[in-house]
Design a binder for this molecule. Structure first.
Ligand code: 73E
Length: 810
């Protein structure tokens, strides 16, 4: 039944009264939020059930996207938008005197991820449902999400994110106790002959109950609802007596307690390996159990099931799938292997050596001995197959088990039919460098899938004013079909439209200025350039390059307060992994520099530095629409893709970029005149690695500007950074500056001067901004997932796009 305002208000009041026995005027925001979620959920549940039934009826191939991180942020607004309810709810609430924004603010961010990798998984889930693909997520329901970041005396302090304990809890999940499975870990395993098969006998193993919590993922205006299944570890009732001590119980429950707060750094801890096996085993078991309900034989399962391995964390899917096909389904090794390779596909997200997972053999043996046996057999057969046909050294370099370790990326590539990188430059590097030997062995397996972003969240929801003026020019069809945004280019000389763009940006900057004032007490001028760098804090992302330029500007202004620069507000958002000392030192230095600059009246407020605490999805949604400049300044070759670069251009920010990750493709789309490029190329970086000709100390000694800026870190110019300033100074000089910060510094200054010059010509700036918005549609995750679906998974869309809202079931 189509929903209208009267019906909605009536249903809402009724539901509120049923749940809480109160009227709207007596309800708290939490109660209103809970009631709204309950109404939303019961309405989309009808479509959810139907989506599932349609899959079964059509015997559709199902894809399962395994990711140890999903970072959806808040879901209320995006569910309302996708159901076609958004405006109606806002209007209805207004009519009955409820402030919708305050109600929406109650929702905790679902922060079950660290950064780009987890957010990508969430954007993909949204796009897959919106494009009507039969794809479900499979991950972990962490009791604590990514830590909350606070600054104390300029230092990062981490607080636990007890998101499930908030009044709102997770309103979107449904606990499905009936779908629980048992995961077996630890102990010993012996293979015994039984009825002609080798049967594994487990001794002293630990049994863990894996309970799924399902979250509905609502497609955009298509009545299609997929499932994000998150697993929680519990103690199995049947063997409760086996875990008599609190410690034994805690060890089980700990498996799904915390998200590892490391991004691009492998924690290498036992618990992490347990987490990986836990969600892999639970997911694969439930997939096969479901498949068997509807199919008599299993030897063609790859025709109906695809499993995607998002980075190496779920790479044990290969071995777990083999385990079940061999031990439980009694397929031959050859048949099982053929089905496994056809079922699996793998995405690599990073070439950073420290993030390429390896596990010590004894540790894997301790966590799951049968999985180690299977991995060892895969390795053995891989070597035997290539022996005599390939160079012996190549075989040694590519085998799964070597040097006492299990190489997870090798397992993922060998055990799957597709390996993709996340931007063209990154895929090229995989082929030519990191996975070169595998590219020699299996050239046909390698492909590129440049990342994308959900335009619904990052434009429609985050920047409604911009979306509204786009509607005025293009109508509303672009909201269904991102490609249409390109047509905006034709308004490049439409002065009125360009002015409107500027007004929207100003409004967004005013809103952010208000937030900054509330949170930091610092007043910023909304007419200044808002220069934004938001991403995890990591040396390769070079927040330090940005900081050094800020220090340079400050010193220049101290020397000459009348210096003609365009006023700028430098805005940072970044969390550092708690164990990443160097990154935390950079945070401290930025905070102390900010305190110095923001309180120095002699520079007349020409620059301000704002480091907002606790950067998360919700904060990103507030910063991105207000950005003028997007800092994408990683050392060339290090950032696999980046996705904030795409979100910022979509909101009209101009990019200052190195030729790294997806920046290269952004440049191709907008043209060199509409982006500010600088810095070393990947070839130049690699040449330095080869000839060792980079000596950063020379830059300190011979470049007066660099000398003066680096001295500011250690001579007391910036107070309270005695230890951190020296640490950073040393890293950039005596330790030879791993990420070429000093090498790129001058070029960075040059390009930033060009930014100032361009900003003075507002018409030109708006024209460049418009082109960036128009071209951002090439980075829609709707387009990306279509390529995954057709080129990797071979699944088709089953829902019709057609502007169908989710109605209210009576
Ligand atoms: O360039 C980003 C990329 O845009 C990359 O650093 C990030 O993935 C994004 C999405 O493709 C990423 N995260 C991790 N590896 N690459 C990672 C590694 C270990 C633990 C958690 C995350």
């Amino acid at each position: 039944m189509e929903l209208d305002k009267t019906l909605f208000i009536e249903s809402f009041k009724k539901r509120l009264s049923q749940k809480y026995a109160i009227d709207v005027s007596d309800a708290t925001n939490s109660e209103l939020y809970d009631t709204l979620c309950s109404l939303v959920k019961s309405s989309y549940s009808v479509s959810w059930r139907q989506t599932w039934k349609d899959y079964l009826k059509e015997n559709e191939k199902q894809v399962y996207y395994f990711s140890i991180e999903f970072l959806p942020g808040k879901l209320l607004k995006s569910n309302l938008l996708n159901m076609g309810w958004y405006q109606l709810v806002i209007d209805s609430f207004k009519e009955i005197g409820i402030d919708f924004e305050q109600v929406a603010a109650v929702e905790p961010d679902m922060a079950l991820g660290n950064g780009g990798l987890g957010r990508l998984a969430a954007d993909f889930m949204d796009s897959l449902a919106s494009e009507g693909y039969p794809v479900n997520g499979n991950g972990i329901r962490y009791r604590y999400g990514l830590f909350k970041q606070r600054f104390v005396n300029g230092y990062q302090v981490e607080l636990p994110d007890e998101w499930l304990k908030t009044a709102a809890g997770n309103a979107w999940e449904i606990r499905r106790a009936s779908k629980a499975v048992t995961v077996t870990m630890g102990g010993h395993v012996e293979l015994v002959q039984k009825n002609g098969y080798l049967e594994p006998i487990y001794k002293d193993a630990t049994l863990i109950k894996a309970v799924p919590y399902d979250v509905g993922i609502v497609g955009y205006h298509n009545q299609h609802v997929n499932t994000l299944r998150l697993w929680s570890a519990e103690i199995p009732e049947a063997v409760e007596s086996c875990y008599p001590t609190i410690e034994a119980r805690r060890q089980i429950e700990d498996i799904t307690t915390v998200l590892y707060p490391d991004d691009s750094n492998e924690a290498g801890r036992r618990l992490r390996l347990k987490q990986e096996y836990f969600f892999v085993s639970a997911g694969v078991q439930s997939i096969i159990r479901h498949y068997k309900k509807y199919h008599e034989t299993i030897d063609q399962i790859s025709q109906r099931v695809a499993i995607h391995i998002n980075d190496t964390h779920p790479a044990m899917c290969v071995a777990e799938f083999m385990r079940i096909l061999l031990d439980e389904e009694h397929l031959s090794w050859e048949k099982a292997w053929e089905q496994t390779v056809k079922t699996m596909s793998y995405t690599n997200h990073t070439i950073m050596a420290e993030a390429l997972e390896t596990w010590d053999i004894p540790l894997l043996n301790e966590i799951q001995p049968r999985i180690l046996q299977i991995v060892a057999e895969i390795d053995h057969r891989f070597v035997a197959h290539l022996a005599g046909k390939m160079d012996g050294q190549l075989i040694e370099r590519t085998r799964i088990i070597s040097g006492g370790k299990v190489h997870m990326a090798h397992l993922a590539v060998i055990g799957s039919h597709s390996t993709n990188g996340v931007a063209q430059l990154h895929t090229d590097l995989l082929k030519s460098d990191v996975l070169r030997d595998f590219y020699t062995l299996y050239p046909e397996r390698f492909n590129n899938k440049t990342n994308g972003i959900a335009l619904r969240r990052w434009l429609q929801l985050a920047n409604p004013e911009l979306a509204a003026i786009i509607d005025q020019k293009l109508g509303r069809n672009w909201r269904q079909n991102a490609c249409q945004l390109q047509q905006l280019q034709q308004y490049n000389t439409d002065e009125q439209f360009l002015k409107k763009l500027a007004v929207v940006k100003l409004h967004n900057k005013q809103r952010l200025a208000k937030l900054i004032e509330e949170r930091t007490g610092v007043t910023v001028d909304p007419t200044a350039i808002f220069d934004v760098q938001i991403k995890r804090l990591h040396a390769y992302k070079r927040q330090l390059l940005n900081l050094l330029r800020i220090i340079k500007l400050y010193l220049d202004l101290k020397e000459n307060p009348d210096l003609a620069i365009v006023p700028r507000v430098f805005i940072f958002g970044a969390k550092a992994a708690p164990s990443y000392h160097y990154a935390k030192s950079i945070i401290k230095c930025i905070n102390e520099t900010a305190a110095l600059i923001n309180h120095d009246s002699t520079i007349q407020g020409k620059i301000k530095v704002i480091f907002l605490e606790n950067y998360d999805v919700s904060l990103a949604e507030q910063i991105i629409p207000a950005a003028d400049i997007s800092e994408q300044i990683s050392t060339a070759s290090k950032e696999a893709s980046g996705t904030s670069n795409m979100k910022l251009m979509l909101n009209g920010a101009l990019t200052v970029a190195t030729l790294d990750g997806a920046n290269v493709e952004i440049k191709e789309q907008v043209g060199a005149d509409n982006i500010f490029m600088f810095g070393l190329t990947k070839q130049e970086v690699y040449r330095y690695y080869q000839d060792h000709s980079y000596h950063s100390l020379d830059y300190y000694h011979h470049n007066l500007v660099i000398h003066r800026v680096l001295d500011a870190l250690i001579d007391g110019t910036i107070p309270n950074i005695a230890a951190e300033g020296h640490e950073i100074f040393d890293s950039l000089t005596y330790l030879n500056d791993d990420y070429f910060v000093l090498r790129d510094f001058e070029d960075y200054l040059r390009i930033q001067d060009q930014v100032d010059e361009t900003y003075r010509d507002q018409k030109k700036w708006q024209q460049m901004s418009l082109i960036n918005i128009a071209k951002a549609c090439h980075f829609s995750s709707d387009i990306t997932v279509k390529k995954y679906a057709s080129e990797i998974w071979q699944v088709r869309s089953v829902a019709q796009k057609g502007g169908v809202n989710i109605g209210y079931p009576l």
